[in-house]
Design a protein around this ligand. Sequence first.
Ligand SMILES: [Zn+2]
Length: 335
Amino acid sequence: MNTKAVLLGLTNLVIASFMFATISHAAAPVPKSAYGVPIPKDKGYVVEEIKDGLYWVTEGAYTAMFLTTGKGVIVVDAPPSFGDKMLKAIGDVTKEPITHVVYSHAHADHIGGASMFPKNATYIAHVETKHRLERMDDSDRHFPYGMFVGGKPVPLPTVTFDDNYTLKLGNQTLQLDYKGDDHEPGNIYVYAPKQKVLLKIDIVFPGWTPFKGLAIAEDTVGYLKAHDVILSYDFDKLVSGHWGKLATRKDVEVQKQYMQDIQANAGKALQSVDFYAIANKVGYANTALLFDTYLDAVTKECAKLTEPKWLNKLGGVDVWTDDHCYKVIMATRVD
Ligand SMILES: [Zn+2]
């Protein structure tokens, strides 16, 4: 084979692998109903009053909220992807100063912009969120808190609670509740009873499959249970953290059903995929390879059973159902 033929062969190989990469990344169409509110290009954000002085804000990807009280503004969360848009959104509707900041949980992609708020404001969070944030200053960190999501270190909570905390300010009330571990220890429910609005972040993704791996839930069983806890509140609108829209009770019920299907299909796959048949092929010499091959087969079976029913209902089902299946399979095995 001459040099030209070798080069041609290599070129074909590159083209073939590129085509394969392209094909393997092709995804099913996203249902139109999945998309959030249109974001005006000039402002780059939307601020809307849900009811009685409670506003939600989005830049298209993240969601957060604030309340005017007559005695100062209460802000819940500060996604760094907003930049200073939260300050602008508040300035659009009130001249009241920001006096209280509530952190939903410790993740930098939801609160890593909080250093822009007044230093003398009251910062409220679950005690576990404070513990997590105290790790911001660990000298053995390789990278600063929030660096890869555009955030930076934030004020530590000045008020913490274990189970419940009622924040009353001016004409507004927020009920803060902790109901156990789910997405991250310290992830709280923030409920506005007058407006029937609930904020609970990184559990429900209205119109979409959740973010990869049950939205990186630390406690899979708690994550799945959180759907029922959310529904136990008397709410009309849910601020769920993503993707540029509010969630309704219906969105929560739909995602709960999707999760129930994944759990059922994880069980079916664990029962039907034959570990010993795989071991006979792979052998026992490389334990990592054996378990990886087995768990991969169980994961694929669970995803295959789940996806057809959900492809037309939620965005990204073909992209992330296998990741959810894997987490649920692991939890079904050990939790
Ligand atoms: Zn989070």
